[in-house]
Design a protein around this ligand. Sequence first.
Ligand code: GTP
Ligand code: MG
Length: 262
Amino acid sequence: MTENSFENMMHSSGGAERIGNMLMSSGAVNMVMNQAKRMMWSVVEYKDLQMVYTCAIKEIETKLDILSTEFNLKHKRNPISSVTSRLKRTESIAEKLSRNGLAFTIENIEKNVRDVAGIRVICSYIDDIYAIADALLKQDDVKLIECKDYISSPKPNGYRSLHLIISVPVYLADSKKEVMVEVQIRTIAMDFWASLEHQIRYKREIPDQESVCNELRACADVIAATDEHMLKLRKKIESAEDAPTEDDMLLERLRKLDMPIM
Ligand code: GTP
Ligand code: MG
């Protein structure tokens, strides 16, 4: 606004009031702009949070990968059959927070949603599950936050799995963050049941619910019995073998000498 036009406005009738209105509306514009900026910062911070959880997944996957590499090289069999991971979808995070009456904020996500980063480890036998859990938990930088053993105490529907909530440090360029990760460890058989049960149940009206649930539970029990049976068979075969001598062990390691380390 030029000095002249300012003078003219002041001298015309109601000039001061018009300026007051203009200032007020520019204040309102500023407020809206600031709100929009804060919102955009929250979006950027949320992306950073996703990055940190992705890094935590990478950390645990690397730990599992190292264990797997060692097992491949040193032992006759590898207890880890496969590993998958996922970052919880924004929609599911929002749904979990609202279910618990909490607002969608970075602080609430970090404190209350423990499964933003999720890893699933599939093992061959039941005892492998506990061996993998022990190998992870005895590492200095891994802290156990919570353990739910749905193998010793299956869910009423028959679901079996070992769930660990652990935290690991993620080192960034100028900071360190302890990040929670949910690790589900289960056998191939337990995974088979859980995957099919999830498919059958997911977002569906189940007819004759009680009998379907009973049948699912019965299937889970058959699968659990088979898991136990397979473990017994493996142990029987192992105990029938002579304990390896030092020479046997050396020979086994020499055989694997040129095996690619992956
Ligand atoms: P969520 O709110 O689902 O995370 O449950 P929670 O916090 O009580 O944790 P819980 O350890 O009981 O279960 C977490 C996860 O385990 C689920 O997101 C599923 O991946 C798996 N899970 C738990 N119960 C079942 C089940 O009955 N069937 C199947 N297929 N998966 C299950
Ligand atoms: Mg979950």
